[in-house]
Ligand binder design. Structure first.
Ligand code: NAP
Length: 276
């Protein structure tokens, strides 16, 4: 088994994820795994970084596929006995003018952004070693969508006592409410992406709390963040940040020094803790 520190970035064949891998290859003292649901796209991205003189490693990972997640988990367990840095970056967004029915957009978006990210956490968080760092890439849209929720929902999502099961029930209810076209009446905002990212931010707050309760002495720091508005296939060419600039906050959180005890359980943008 290797004692080399290991970092994993989900959805890193392009966009912000690829830029996070690039930065980690330069700054993280260990093995860095570029992962992709499609092995060809992943290998092409590895080749691109190799051309820049970097040495990322590759592992397949589709966060929608539990078998794929578990294969990565078993690989990490066997080769490294765990992992040191996990960046949950993979995500999807329908384009604003996409005509896919809203209920379908809700189901598909929540499936990857919330349920897929949660499944990765369920399988990989137990493997995170002491002084590990976990970064869940959310969005400022999670904050604006929170503001668009009913008072009752806002209270639940801001609660310091909400459980993971309650959060899963709420995310499931959103999808069901969109199918019955009652989501606005039920207090939800009209954004599937926004609700999925509320899920990511709240999940991060819950996970950080559980780490405090169950692994206090392990000094693991886990946060959600927004990369900013970044020129990628998702956000388009008019966005203000380059992918490398978008990677800065996630990489800052992934590389918080061993002496740091904060931020933890926070929502961070531009390397600054934001109110939730
Ligand atoms: P992007 O260019 O569309 O890249 C998304 C990445 O996620 C791709 O590598 C994609 O793989 C991967 N992915 C999607 N579904 C996956 C799955 N089921 N399993 C594994 N990988 C999957 O988007 P981006 O702008 O870099 O976004 C990265 C993260 O930042 C997302 O979580 C996004 O919500 C968040 N974010 C972006 C912005 C922005 O302005 N760009 C702002 C706030 C937050 P494929 O190539 O196979 O599709």
């Amino acid at each position: 088994m290797s004692n080399v520190p290991v970092a994993v970035v989900t959805g890193s064949n392009k966009g912000i994820g690829l830029a996070i891998v690039r930065a980690l290859c330069k700054q993280f003292p260990g093995d860095v795994y570029l992962t992709s649901r499609d092995s060809d796209r992943g290998q092409a991205a590895v080749a691109q970084l190799q051309q820049e003189g970097l040495r990322p490693l590759f592992h397949q990972l589709d966060i929608d596929d539990l078998q794929s997640i578990r294969a990565l988990r078993d690989f990490l367990k066997e080769k490294y006995g765990g992992l040191n840095v996990l960046v949950n970056n993979a995500g999807i967004a329908f384009k604003v003018h996409d005509t896919t029915p809203f209920a379908v957009q809700a189901e598909v978006t929540l499936k990857t952004n919330f349920f897929g990210t949660r499944n990765v956490c369920t399988e990989l968080l137990p493997l995170v070693k002491p002084y590990g760092r976990v970064v869940n890439v959310s969005s400022m849209v999670s904050s604006s969508a929170l503001g668009g929720c009913s008072q009752e929902l806002q209270q639940k999502f801001r609660s310091d006592a909400i459980t993971e099961e309650e959060l899963v029930q709420l995310m499931t209810k959103f999808v069901e409410d969109t199918k019955k076209s009652v989501h606005e009446k039920e207090g939800w905002p009209n954004t599937a992406y926004g609700v999925s990212k509320i899920g990511v931010t709240v999940l991060s707050r819950i996970q950080a709390r559980l780490l405090n309760e169950q692994r206090k002495g392990d000094h693991i720091l886990l946060n959600a963040c927004c990369p900013g508005w970044v020129r990628t296939d998702m956000a388009g060419p008019k966005a203000t940040k380059s992918p490398d600039e978008g990677a800065e906050t996630p990489v800052y959180l992934a590389l918080l020094p061993a002496t740091a005890d904060a931020p933890h359980g926070q929502f961070v943008s531009n390397k600054t803790v934001r109110a939730w």
